[in-house]
Design a protein around this ligand. Structure first.
Ligand SMILES: Nc1nc2c(ncn2[C@@H]2O[C@H](COP(=O)(O)OP(=O)(O)OP(=O)(O)O)[C@@H](O)[C@H]2O)c(=O)[nH]1
Length: 353
């Protein structure tokens, strides 16, 4: 399985799917423990050969576990496949199809589908299907070589069925968790700005458009703040890009903290941020903007940038008007911001009528 994956990219398979290999280690542990139970069960049920088969199985799972631990994935995969294929065949040939050892083969189906490249998955599935059918057909023609009492056979059947049920449930819930967490990560990547953790421009646009639609229905006021860090280039130039990034993260945190939970804040450009304030007219939006501006003055920026630096912000404020689209509302805030920059920065300017 590893060799198949490693053709897709130079990144080793282990690094690309660490959870998969962790799961494989857990499965090797569980399967080894089940085989310990089998050892005693078969002794008790009068099938010493199968009991000793389980000793070999435990050794193979232990080998697979340590192979995985020391990153010998191929060896582990070969050991696990060999164990399941041989164990199923021996169980069926010795005590019969009704023992239910063939159920374990079915557990490879999801494992093949999620871990192998499509081309190889088809071959592996076909091979598995052929093996399964061959065992079934074989048992039409030969009787079990070491039959056990029908009640004992029934117990083994129920035991195998229960183990396979439990393993399938465990694997399914694991795959579900993996999918849900991948979806969450994707959603996060698609909606947030990686540097600041604020909404990115695309998602901010989407949410602002929704707010616009709400305004058109209800007429509730919506305030817009366009915020731009003053002389940010000189911070980058004086302290370096990394410090600039740190400052930007703090700027984002500060804006987020000073606004209300229902206000939407996004990174609009390099050092420019947009905030959309639902149910807020221009007067209240201006007051919020002043609060943010004052928080910048109170903050100890030297702590973040390391030198004798002060960071201030200029803010343009606008309020949504009937017939506005998003770009009109933002561009009015932009004009106000421009005035704020031209009037000396570190100011809040309200749109002019
Ligand atoms: N560190 C860092 N810098 C960035 C990032 N995005 C944009 N910048 C920098 O932000 C600076 C913006 O410079 P200007 O547009 O001249 O604006 P300014 O220096 O803030 O001046 P005013 O806005 O006029 O006060 C540029 O030097 C960009 O390289 C970023 O993600 N990280």
């Amino acid at each position: 399985m590893e060799s198949v994956n490693s053709t897709a990219t130079y990144e080793p398979a282990r690094e690309r799917r660490p959870e998969f290999w962790r799961l494989a280690m857990r499965c090797a542990q569980i399967a080894g423990s089940v085989d310990v139970i089998f050892f005693f069960l078969f002794h008790a049920l009068g099938s010493p050969i199968l009991a000793w088969v389980n000793v070999v199985s435990v050794a193979m799972y232990a080998g697979a576990y340590y192979a995985l631990k020391y990153r010998r994935n191929k060896t582990a995969v070969v050991l696990i496949w060999a164990e399941v294929l041989i164990h199923a065949a021996l169980g069926i040939v010795l005590i019969g199809w009704e023992s239910g050892f063939h159920y374990y083969l079915l557990m490879f189906i999801p494992a093949i589908c999620v871990s192998a490249a499509r081309k190889w998955a088809v071959f592996a599935l076909l091979g598995l299907w052929g093996y399964f059918i061959a065992l079934d057909v074989l048992m039409w023609f030969i009787p079990p070589l070491q039959p056990i009492h029908p009640t004992a056979l029934h117990i083994v059947h129920l035991f195998n069925l229960s183990v396979v049920f439990a393993m399938f449930s465990y694997l399914s819930s694991y795959y579900l968790r993996m999918v849900v967490s991948a979806q969450r990560k994707l959603r996060e990547m698609a909606t947030t700005d990686s540097l600041t953790g604020l909404l990115n421009r695309r998602h901010m646009t989407y949410l602002a458009e929704k707010e616009l639609a709400r305004f058109q229905r209800s007429g509730h006021p919506v305030g817009f703040l366009l915020l731009d860090v003053d002389h940010f280039k000189s911070i980058n130039d004086a302290y370096g890009h990394e410090t600039g990034d740190r400052v930007l993260r703090s700027v984002a945190d500060l804006i987020r903290r000073e606004l209300r939970a229902q206000d939407m804040v996004g990174r609009w450009g390099g050092e420019e941020f947009l905030a959309v304030l639902p149910d807020t007219d221009s007067g209240k939006a201006q007051a919020s903007a002043e609060r943010v501006r004052n928080a910048f003055l109170e903050k100890d920026w030297a702590e973040i940038a390391g030198g004798d630096v002060e960071v201030t912000i200029s803010i343009g404020v606008s309020e949504l008007r009937a017939g506005d689209d998003l770009s009109t509302a933002v561009s009015r805030a932009d004009t106000a911001l421009y005035r704020s920059k031209n009037s000396g920065r570190n100011r809040v300017e309200l749109e002019t009528v």
